[in-house]
Design a protein around this ligand. Sequence first.
Ligand SMILES: NC(=O)c1ccc[n+]([C@@H]2O[C@H](COP(=O)([O-])OP(=O)(O)OC[C@H]3O[C@@H](n4cnc5c(N)ncnc54)[C@H](OP(=O)(O)O)[C@@H]3O)[C@@H](O)[C@H]2O)c1
Length: 298
Amino acid sequence: MDGKPHLLILGARGFLGQHLARQAPPACRVFEADLPAAGWQGLTVDITSGASVNAAFREASPNVVVLLAATSDIDQCETDPQRAEQINVGGAAHVVEACARSGAKLAFTSSAAVFDGTHHGYRESDAPTPLSVYGKTKAQAEQLVARTLPSAIIFRLALAVGFARNHGTNAMLNKLAEKLRAGQSVAFPDFEYRNPIDAGTLVNFMLELIKLPGAGGVYHVGASESISRFELGRRLAEKMGFSSDLIQPQTSPLPGRAPRGHDHFLLTERVRAVCRTPVPSCDEVVERAVNGSPQANL
Ligand SMILES: NC(=O)c1ccc[n+]([C@@H]2O[C@H](COP(=O)([O-])OP(=O)(O)OC[C@H]3O[C@@H](n4cnc5c(N)ncnc54)[C@H](OP(=O)(O)O)[C@@H]3O)[C@@H](O)[C@H]2O)c1
């Protein structure tokens, strides 16, 4: 050990992983790990292999592990449930085992998709009622994390927004900006409500809670109010300097897609009670998603 706490990010090349690696405090030594890919300079890991996870743990000797690696495309999970389970549940099990063996603290990102979205406002203590394969795999992974590692932190979020430096991630703004720049109109559901969070503020919450002695269990992270995806799309388009007329309402679910809850409003009293990072409004989320977030002084 070199005297610094070691932070291992699994899924570091993805949208949230890029933000976490950028915002990690300089007091930490950061190990970024992801699947092998051309040009990837971090550690390589495939969480579906216990041997690969163990090798990454040997390389990084982590004090803290943030598990972001997942298959996060909800529609792909629905069409290939075995692969979704292999990565999102089997992969999480390997990471949980390695943390239990090594004593590393685990932080895991889960989703509001563990709820069916049939009522307004979910607390951390509400029982999961997932509709989609993706939501089911996230609920299963939460259970095995909580059962084996009671001090692990599980972050649930409804929708993270922001840009990723690299293309090919789950970052919604890269894809939206590209289409709007080409003059294409984009349809967003006007019947799906979420309380979104920008990636920078989410990472501030994550880093603050990871450092907080005694923090553990599930924490909801999101804006103070919810907004339809359509309205969110309009505000994001305007903030990026495009006409909001390019955002069109999609008024019913598209056939062949995974089921999605209509109202995913995650109540955030638990993080408000313990974090200095303020819960942002939707307007603040939009501003920060497009123009960047103030970094927490941690
Ligand atoms: N973004 C959101 O709105 C949101 C909302 C709720 C929850 N979450 C959760 O937050 C986490 C991060 O999301 P994100 O938006 O950053 O997703 P992302 O951009 O798709 O990043 C996930 C990363 O994990 C990698 N990965 C996939 N399978 C892997 C494996 N077997 N071993 C190692 N790495 C693997 C992916 O690589 P490839 O791209 O090469 O597959 C990707 O780099 C996920 O667990 C997601 O479910 C995200």
